[in-house]
Design a protein around this ligand. Structure first.
Ligand SMILES: [Zn+2]
Length: 434
């Protein structure tokens, strides 16, 4: 009898584990039950509304402005760990950050699936934030034991107890790490994959909490995973954090309500996500596009096609691949309302420069483009070979062009280096000519 019950419990748990569960609503109820927390939440939301209106009235929104976010990753349950385990967990953190940067910039490879279904979603397009999440490396908070140049990744000491949603001793926050977006990876109870405040405030050291079996993805090369932090299918593509961080940027679930009479004030308050009041757990695979009006998923409980592939629904990691343009605008507005709370001195100018431009194609035959994400006052470009001999040099002053095409004069095949100097410093990139 006992054995039977045990077996049933296992079956129940396995079945339960197949569905995404997010703790954000429970977490927000806890916050709203605390008068001081509730007041701080409402105050920031009113600042957000101002930013949202500004953005909507500004048709010339500057999409070239790169947002840079200092991130700290905490593994509170990883106590007495060896250097090898720490190295592994730092790699796992970076893997997760790479996934975030792809998903938030709409450069994830699976976003190509949108092309085959987009015709069914009239008025919806994909959105991106032009953001770089960077694990902080400079000016770490005092008392953390981290030196300049170390990654802001902690083990064992911080955010004890974060696996339980609570505002008893702060609301899953640590003021030591105010100014960062904090990601806590721990064993969350109750089958919850993650939770985040709706509209997170870095000034309080607020955190996004992710279960230790839903963080990151398979690492390459070996070791491909870290003991105790192995991503478990079907939540093994790092999308739990993509979803939860959406909450931090003030995105609600897409399945808030059927009421579509005023999309700007009801449901998820995003007009280009079709209304629904039920989450979807199943995968509306790209090779199985919906037929408008047909029985195939994803007709929602409200009679609209459900945007199942959206990061803010509940589908499995491999089935979600996009934010909508309306969601991106909302996230941009949230960032605008909290940008002053972020400790940008935690990021090195090297990171800044590396992210400021791209060089393509590489390898090339001697002709390539340097494209800046925003206009630099002046900069210089120098190309030299492996012996240090300069083969190209030019200064660009007050240029009005974001892209500069550089043609080298008959270079021989091989490895070269490109120095790009600006007021912010110098960056060297390897260039291959073949
Ligand atoms: Zn959620």
């Amino acid at each position: 009898m006992k054995l039977k019950l045990f077996f049933l419990l296992i079956v129940f748990q396995v079945a339960f584990a197949q569905q995404r569960t997010c703790g954000t609503q429970e977490y927000m109820q806890t916050i709203m039950n605390d008068p001081a927390q509730r007041a701080a939440y409402l105050e920031q939301q009113s600042k957000f509304e101002v930013e949202m209106q500004k953005l909507e009235s500004n048709s010339l929104r500057n999409t070239n402005e790169l947002i840079r976010i200092p991130v700290a990753v905490h593994y509170p349950t990883a106590g007495a760990v060896t250097d090898a385990i720490k190295t592994c967990l730092r790699r796992l953190a970076q893997k997760q950050i790479d996934i975030l940067n792809a998903d938030y910039n709409a450069t994830n490879t699976d976003i190509s699936n949108w092309a085959s279904v987009s015709d069914n979603y009239f008025g919806t397009s994909t959105g991106s934030l032009n953001v770089q999440f960077v694990i902080a490396t400079q000016n770490h908070p005092a008392g953390t034991g981290l030196n300049n140049g170390d990654l802001a990744v902690t083990f064992g000491t911080d955010f004890i107890g974060s696996g339980v949603i609570s505002c008893t001793n702060g609301c899953n926050e640590d003021i030591t790490w105010a100014g960062y977006i904090n990601i806590v990876v721990t064993n969350i109870s109750g089958g919850i994959l993650g939770f985040s405040p709706l509209g997170g405030q870095p000034q309080f050291g607020r955190t996004v909490v992710i279960d230790n079996n839903s963080f990151g993805a398979t690492l390459t090369p070996s070791p491909t995973s870290c003991a105790g932090f192995v991503p478990a299918a079907p939540y093994n593509k790092g999308r739990t954090l993509t979803h939860e961080l959406g909450h931090f940027f003030n995105l609600a679930h897409t399945f808030q309500a059927c009421d579509g009479s005023n999309c700007a004030s009801s449901g998820d308050r995003v007009c280009d996500t079709p209304p629904t009041d039920q989450p979807r757990y199943d995968c509306n695979a790209a090779d199985n596009p919906p037929t408008p009006g047909g029985g195939n998923p994803p007709l929602s409980s409200c009679g609209f096609l459900q945007l199942t592939m959206n990061y803010m629904d509940y589908v499995q990691d491999s089935c979600m691949y996009m934010f909508s343009a309306g969601q991106a605008a909302r996230m941009q507005s949230w960032y605008n309302s909290i940008s002053g709370q972020l400790t940008t001195t935690a990021l090195s100018s090297q990171d800044f420069l590396e992210n400021k431009f791209t060089l393509y194609p590489n390898p090339n035959k001697g002709s390539f483009t340097i494209e800046f994400k925003e206009l630099a006052n002046s900069f210089s470009v120098e190309v030299y070979d492996v012996t240090g001999k300069t083969i190209y040099e030019n200064n660009y002053d007050q240029t009005a062009n974001l892209a500069q095409v550089i043609n080298l004069d008959n270079p021989t095949n091989g490895v070269y280096f490109v120095n790009i100097k600006s007021d912010d410093g110098i960056v060297t990139k390897k260039l291959i000519i073949q």
